[in-house]
Every structure is written in C-alpha cells, then in structure tokens.
Design a protein around this ligand. Sequence first.
Ligand code: ATP
Length: 297
Amino acid sequence: MLEVRDISKRYGNHQVLSYVSFEVKAGELAALVGPNGAGKSTLLNILANLEKPDTGHVAINGLSNQSQEIFQDLTFMLSAESLYPQLTGYDHLSYVAKLHQIPKQKMKELVERVGIGHYVKKRVASYSMGMKQKLLFTMAILPRPKLLLLDEPHVGLDPTNIIQQREMLLELQEKGTAILLSSHHLSEIEKLTHQIYFLKDTQLIEKEVRTMAYDYQLLVEDCPDLMQALNLFPTMLVQQVDQTMREVFIAEENILPFLQKIPVSKVKSLSKTSEYMEGLYRTLYVAERRNSDETMV
Ligand SMILES: Nc1ncnc2c1ncn2[C@@H]1O[C@H](COP(=O)(O)OP(=O)(O)OP(=O)(O)O)[C@@H](O)[C@H]1O
C-alpha cells in the first residue's frame, strides 16, 4: 500500500533524512519513533506530498504520491494548528464528508462513536487540546482510507481516549487499512504494533518488537542448560543477540520453571516486556546523548 524508496531531505546544511526506504502493506500498522527533531514529521509530510524530498519516491497503492488520485485513498491526521478556530468541528467534518462523498448519516454515527457529539457544533477556538485531537482523528478516519498517516495522535489525549483511539486504529487495521503513525508514547506503541521504525542519524532502523504475547524479557548467555531449557518451553520467543547471548521472551506462567533450569550466573538481565520499548529506546538514543553530554562538559 505504501512504498517508500530512498527518501532524502536536507534543510540548508542540515541533513534530516538519508535514503530512507520502507513499506507498509494493507492491514499493517507501523510506528515511527525518534527523539525531537529526528525527522518524523518531515518524513510524514513528504509521504503526504506536503514537502518535496531531495531524492527518492513514494508510491501509494501503486501510484506516485504526486498524483491527485492518491487523495481518494490517503488521509493524514494533521496537527491542531491546521484547524480553523472560527469554524465548528461540524464544519470541518462536513467539508471532509463532502470531499469524499460520505453520507451525513455516516458522519453523525462516527461523531457519536468517537464521543465528540456534545461539542462538535461549537467553534474550534473553544476546544481543549484533547478535544481538537479527537476532532482531527475523526476527520482522518471518516473517509475509511486505505492509508492513514498520523503525526503524534496521542498528544493531549487522556488515558480513556488513548484506549479508545487504540481500539479504533486496530479495528481499521483489521479491515485492511495500512496505518503509519509517529509517537513518543512508547508503551502505547508497544500495545499497537510490532512493526517499529526508529529514526536515528537521518536513517531508519527497523525493529520488529514481538513482545506483546510475552511478559518477561531475559538476556541469557549461551550454555548447554539454556539449550535444554529452550527445548522444554517451545512457546518462547528466542533471538540471537550476538555470538554468546540470546534474548528470550517468556510468558508469566513459564518464568519460574524456566529460571530453575538455568544457572543464575548466565542470566544477564530480566525485565518486564512493558519496559522493553523504553529499554530499546534508551539503548538507541539516551546512552549516546549522555556520552555526548559528558564529552561537552
Ligand atoms: N521547513 C523547515 N526548514 C528548516 N528546517 C526544518 C524545517 N522543517 C523541519 N526542519 C528541521 O528538520 C528537523 C526534523 O524536524 P521534524 O519536525 O521532522 O522532527 P520530528 O522528529 O517530527 O520532531 P518532534 O518529535 O519534535 O515533532 C529539525 O531539526 C527541524 O528543525
């Protein structure tokens, strides 16, 4: 559905993206992660043809993103600044409905489902950040797009609305929409998807984080006992980290029996997988930043 090839972008002397390539297929949900200024919004803007890349091309449903036709298939949840303060939420939604020839009834049903009915006829100027985010989200999903792009959709949402948004995104994904979102909410990303793209030093690092079915993550040094234990628990997920170390993902009910089978000295770390994304993020970005801060001192 979305094919991105060799996208580069530079602002003056500042290289933001270098030959970024990836795909999001129909029915896949992928997340873009990276610190402030990493280039997430720049990349999303390029995908939606709101910015021109210096190199590379983007295809949506087989068509170049330069083509007007792609806007039949694509919606982009923009930031709150894109709303018109003097217009109502209803005005904004009616415009989207008209553009995509969506019956008013369908629009009203979605308004009720998302829970914005009590304020949708008020002017946007009176909305809180979370209310604006919910309106923007409703506008983005109203056309039931084949490709949905969302730039930081979690900003300003309370936990109830984050959960509701998650349910609706997963529902859309199940119905075949390809979804790409950027976010700083690592724990929420972990709940949404295994397909995560980290932007680091202008490049994309793909990590498939298949941890959701598992409660614990262990780093264990290779040893004969480990090999035997792995055979006893075939449902675990095991990944070779380097020549001497394996990463083992394991369910709550298996953790104690598994630990009884291997020498404690071989277990290098044990963490809950809910902290896994944060650990990954720290490894990719925080340690390096700390080192460079120390160098500056
Ligand atoms: N129009 C522009 N002109 C010059 N520099 C720009 C422009 N747009 C973005 N940049 C720069 O490109 C870099 C990437 O910005 P971008 O907004 O894509 O980052 P981001 O990952 O979305 O950050 P955040 O998490 O803070 O939203 C930043 O250094 C930013 O200053």
